[in-house]
Design a protein around this ligand. Structure first.
Ligand code: ADP
Ligand code: MG
Length: 460
């Protein structure tokens, strides 16, 4: 690499190695938002987002980092870890947006007339151009494009897209939003996950800011709601969503939803809602067939300026069948590896990485029981107490963390968590989960606790 050495490339390559060496939970916890700030002869300065990560990298991962960097940049003898604020910029923006939403200020609901693309929560890389079309998603793609041309048209309103995990629903949904903002910047586009809609609603109720909440959503020209299946069992939120839906629909504003299942198969969804969800156009996205998987791989490689022979592409396309996100993961790993060792890819390497990643994914199987036991142990409380009804002060916090992890790691619904943990009401669970979600943004001790708990969990 020598004189052409580039800080960003070097760190990406090192991260790729670290990712393989460490457990996934550890890797994401400690290496997120890190970068190389400076390379100066034998010194390398690594930027970290907070003092906590700084200590942790220094004390726990320094040897790993040093040995990996030495392979890539043999001169290095000294590594420093420095807290930077810019490394964390995207997080700061996220926080800012979040605080705006939480405050639910009147001003916010009045802004939309000049809504900026940055205020839409849309990911700019989820656009039509980067979406590969094949027989599995052609109809959904066509419907999404038609909506852009005929906003609010009754034959495509609402548009309901459903399909399995990692098949491109979110990508397509946001592509509509991005395209509309590009062509008709004045339109107010609101993208939200169903969960976020629900939690904003609960928050608005609690803080008596319901009017602001209603105004925000009923102001949309285009409402994009991701993963609507999570509306299941949330009665109050269903009611509110029903009214929002009707208000928008009656004034010909466009609604698009995604889900993992058909409207009528969402458990415990009020019939009046499922019938409305299915009243416009319903399309599904299926798992990509072999040819589409090849095309997606080609496209992802091209995007990165990388090339693989046919045999390699076929091998990957054969190994990963049901999830585009996994295909992407393999491409990223291959590129990182080749850049790291400055080598051309060969079939053996492709085979190894593909097998490694597909096996890895199957290994990560933890249960709700594992989570409760680990938390009881970590906080030194009896498992029966943790899972029970007693309201002792020292039990409340571990219980909330338990709820949070059941939600995040297992994807359990709030009522299910409530039933598991002391027969709590689902609103208590939402409150607990949200409390931890908020606290984790700022509280470094909690970040560490969660990381350690996860470390335990995934090394079972
Ligand atoms: P879902 O919401 O269905 O779980 P996502 O939209 O999050 O899936 O897609 C997972 C990843 O795969 C994203 O990075 C997305 O860009 C990519 N992806 C999915 N389908 C396609 C496609 N047809 N063409 C290109 N990328 C795709
Ligand atoms: Mg999604």
């Amino acid at each position: 690499m020598g004189s052409t050495l580039n800080q960003k490339k070097l760190w990406e390559a090192a991260l790729a190695e670290l990712e393989i060496a460490l457990s996934r939970a550890n890797f994401t916890t400690w290496f997120k938002n890190t970068s190389i700030l400076e390379i100066n002869g034998e010194n390398i300065v690594i930027g970290v987002p907070n003092t906590f990560a700084q200590e942790w990298l220094q004390n726990k991962y320094h040897q790993d980092i040093l040995s990996i960097l030495t392979k890539l940049y043999p001169q290095v003898t000294n590594i420093q870890y420095k807290v930077t604020t810019t490394a964390d910029k995207s997080k700061q923006i996220e926080k800012k947006l979040e605080s705006v939403l939480v405050e639910q200020t009147i001003e916010k609901s009045e802004i939309p007339v000049t809504q900026d693309i940055a205020d839409t929560d849309l990911n700019p890389s989820y656009i039509f151009d980067t979406f590969v079309v094949g027989s599995s998603n052609r109809l959904a793609y066509a419907a999404a494009q038609a909506v852009v041309k005929k906003l609010g048209d009754r034959s495509y309103n609402p548009l309901y897209i459903y399909g399995g995990v990692g098949l491109g629903k979110t990508h397509l949904l946001q592509a509509v939003g991005n395209e509309i903002k590009k062509k008709q910047p004045k339109k107010v586009v609101i993208y939200s996950s169903c969960e976020k809609f629900a939690s904003e609603f609960v928050e608005a109720l609690q803080s008596k800011k319901l009017e602001t909440f209603k105004k925000k959503y009923r102001n949309a020209d285009v409402l994009l709601i991701d993963d609507i299946q999570f509306l299941s069992r949330k009665e109050g939120t269903q009611e509110e969503f029903f009214h929002t839906f009707n208000t928008l629909y009656q004034t010909n504003r466009q609604i698009i939803m995604t889900s993992d299942t058909k409207p009528q198969s969402i458990p415990q969804l009020a019939p009046r809602l499922s019938s409305r969800f299915g009243s416009g156009m319903v399309v599904d996205i299926k798992s990509p067939d072999f040819e589409t998987r090849q095309a997606i791989l080609q496209h992802k490689l091209e995007e990165r300026g990388f090339n693989l022979d046919e045999k390699s592409i076929d091998y990957i396309a054969k190994s990963v069948q049901n999830n585009v996100r996994e295909l992407e993961g393999i491409v990223n790993k291959i590129i990182a590896h080749c850049e790291l060792y400055n080598i051309q890819p060969n079939f053996k390497l492709i085979e190894t990485i593909t097998n490694q990643l597909t096996v890895d994914n199957r290994n990560v199987h933890i249960s709700a029981d594992d989570i409760s036991k680990t938390i009881a142990e970590y906080y030194n409380v009896a498992l029966v107490d943790l899972m029970g009804k007693r309201r002792h002060k020292e039990l409340v916090y571990p219980r909330q963390i338990l709820m949070y992890l059941l939600r995040r790691e297992m994807g359990y619904s709030y009522p299910k968590i409530g039933r598991l943990v002391g027969g709590k009401d689902h609103t208590t669970v939402i409150h607990g989960v949200e409390k931890i979600e908020k606290k984790i943004q700022k509280d470094e001790i909690l970040q560490r606790d969660i990381a350690l708990i996860k470390e335990q969990l995934y090394s079972f």
